[in-house]
Design a binder for this molecule. Structure first.
Ligand code: COD
Ligand code: ATP
Length: 203
């Protein structure tokens, strides 16, 4: 069973993934793969430095992701250039991991751009984590110490949450507290396992 987990930035995907991991799922984290793919000395690192220059490097040569983020989330063209370097690597690594983890009962692909990069076609079922715009903005500003303008440009760099919800098999409302979220995920997890026993049906 391959589950796609997505949603807007700071909607709570990692929080949901952590709960699913506790329940026994294996998590493939697309953000983590992206970070690993651009580590010092990799081919992606080289291409990113060539494209964006020394400004996005730390003193030790590694990529300063905060600076890179500032560049790409304010310039659509630059974001496309970064994605043309990173997305093929991320997609290929995710597919390799899915193949090598195939023995596990539930594999979750936690990917903010699941729909944008077509990974939704790979999975059996898509869960979208949803929050209202106001809550999303507050949680994002607080977690990443961003100004309102910076946070808004990151939210707007993605497909709208409305479109994501329309394409979801299931929408997880994360406007409440963590305890409420945990209860929802426990319930969904037991439905998922029940469903699997009775030949899988996502909805
Ligand atoms: C811009 C980068 C350097 C910022 O790094 P940073 O550590 O500050 O943020 P992190 O990677 O944890 O991403 C935080 C969130 O930003 C959003 N985000 C990241 N990349 C993108 C993107 N290309 N388009 C829209 N939103 C994005 C996602 O919601 C993600 O969860 C980094 O996000 C990156 O390399 N992005 C390009 C690769 C990518 O598309 N990753 C998403 C995996 S599908
Ligand atoms: N139900 C909740 N109540 C309060 N805070 C929450 C809740 N869910 C998540 N958060 C907080 O909101 C922030 C964003 O959550 P999280 O990092 O899980 O989002 P994400 O969707 O994985 O983000 P990204 O798209 O950047 O990867 C975090 O600081 C997290 O602790």
């Amino acid at each position: 069973m391959l589950l796609g987990l997505t949603g807007g930035i700071a909607s709570g995907k990692s929080t949901v993934s952590a709960i699913l991991k506790e329940l026994g799922a294996v998590i493939i984290d697309a953000d983590k793969i992206a970070h690993q793919s651009m580590k010092y000395g990799t081919r992606a690192w080289e291409m990113i430095v060539e494209t964006f220059g020394q400004y996005i490097q730390n003193d030790d040569g590694s990529i300063n992701r905060r600076r890179l983020a500032r560049l790409v989330f304010n310039d659509q063209q630059k974001k496309k250039e970064l994605e043309s370097i990173t997305h093929p690597i991320i997609i290929s690594e995710i597919k390799n991991m899915v193949n090598s983890l195939a023995d596990n009962e539930v594999i979750v692909i936690d990917a903010p751009l699941l729909f944008e990069v077509g990974l939704d076609e790979l999975v059996d079922c898509v869960w979208v984590v949803y929050t209202s715009r106001d809550i999303q903005l507050e949680r994002l500003k607080e977690r990443d110490s961003l100004t309102t303008d910076e946070a808004v440009s990151r939210i707007e760099a993605q497909l709208s949450i409305k479109e994501k919800c329309q394409m979801a098999d299931f929408v997880i409302d994360n406007n409440g507290g963590i305890r409420e979220l945990k209860q929802k995920i426990i319930k969904l997890w037991s439905d998922l396992n029940e469903n699997q026993k009775n030949s899988f049906n996502c909805t």
